[in-house]
Design a protein around this ligand. Structure first.
Ligand SMILES: C[S@@+](CC[C@H](N)C(=O)[O-])C[C@H]1O[C@@H](n2cnc3c(N)ncnc32)[C@H](O)[C@@H]1O
Length: 229
């Protein structure tokens, strides 16, 4: 059942940004990111694989910017004065989030745009990250995102749902955390659309010069890193 990916629309993607049910579901997402240890795993991957201090970090599908704020809290001491670019087709980064980032010396730039439009015209960056984002896309779309990201930055890091039995069981149990019906639907849909094995590496543009690392990170997560040699 979990051997092949199954993509289905997620409810949060079709709800108006300020619908109270969507606002509540984004709050659930923050909690789920913490339960999945994504701020910690992402910060570690960034520190491990970035060469020099990055100046510009692009997050694709950044939502309300809460993950970036958690990353800044972990990294701003070693990496001051970073410019995080928060790309999402919904315009939902709150001024308070930008202020909190600025207090850590990270001057953010929210970009309310579809990812493909953004990548068409993006300026170079040091790192591109994506958290719980890639599973929204078909293999053809992922190939396109990867092709353009590989031109944009020398390091790409993604954390996605792992498509296997334990994450599926976990996604069915998030009602225990008090998550609403949108989050409960989307969590299960995300696992069916998630990744396993070398599925993402297989879509990264061919050719020499990239080191690809893909596999489990923690209980729930599939991690993918592409680093330019
Ligand atoms: C599951 S949420 C994850 C948000 C955030 N990365 C996090 O971990 O909290 C997926 C996000 O991707 C955004 N998204 C989906 N398709 C998109 C597209 N084609 N272009 C830009 N953003 C998109 C949605 O608006 C949503 O905020």
């Amino acid at each position: 059942m979990l051997l092949s990916r199954r993509l289905q629309p997620e409810l949060l993607d079709v709800l108006p940004a300020h619908d109270p049910v969507a606002v509540r579901s984004r709050r659930d997402l923050k909690l789920l990111n913490l339960v999945m240890l994504h701020p910690r795993i992402m910060a570690r991957q960034m520190l491990r694989h970035a060469g020099d201090r990055p100046r510009k970090i692009v997050e694709l599908g950044a939502g309300d910017g809460s993950l970036m704020l958690r990353l800044a809290r972990r990294l701003a001491r070693q990496w001051p004065n970073v410019r995080p670019v928060l790309v999402d087709r919904q315009d939902i980064v709150r001024p308070a989030t930008r202020e909190a980032l600025a207090e850590l010396s990270w001057q953010s730039e929210p970009v309310a745009q579809d990812v493909f439009d953004y990548l068409d015209r993006a300026d170079p960056a040091d790192i591109v990250i994506a958290n719980l984002f890639l599973h929204h896309f078909t293999p053809g779309q992922l190939t396109e995102i990867f092709r353009r990201s590989a031109e944009l930055a020398p390091l790409f890091i993604a954390l996605e749902p792992r498509r296997s039995a334990l994450p599926l069981a976990g996604s069915r149990a998030i009602w225990l955390l008090g998550c609403n019906h949108v989050s409960r639907h989307d969590a299960v849909a995300s696992v069916y659309a998630g990744f396993r094995g070398p599925e993402l590496s297989d879509l990264w543009p061919g050719g020499q010069g990239w080191r690809l690392m893909e596999g489990n990170a923690g209980i729930w997560t599939h991690s993918f890193v592409a680093q330019k040699c």
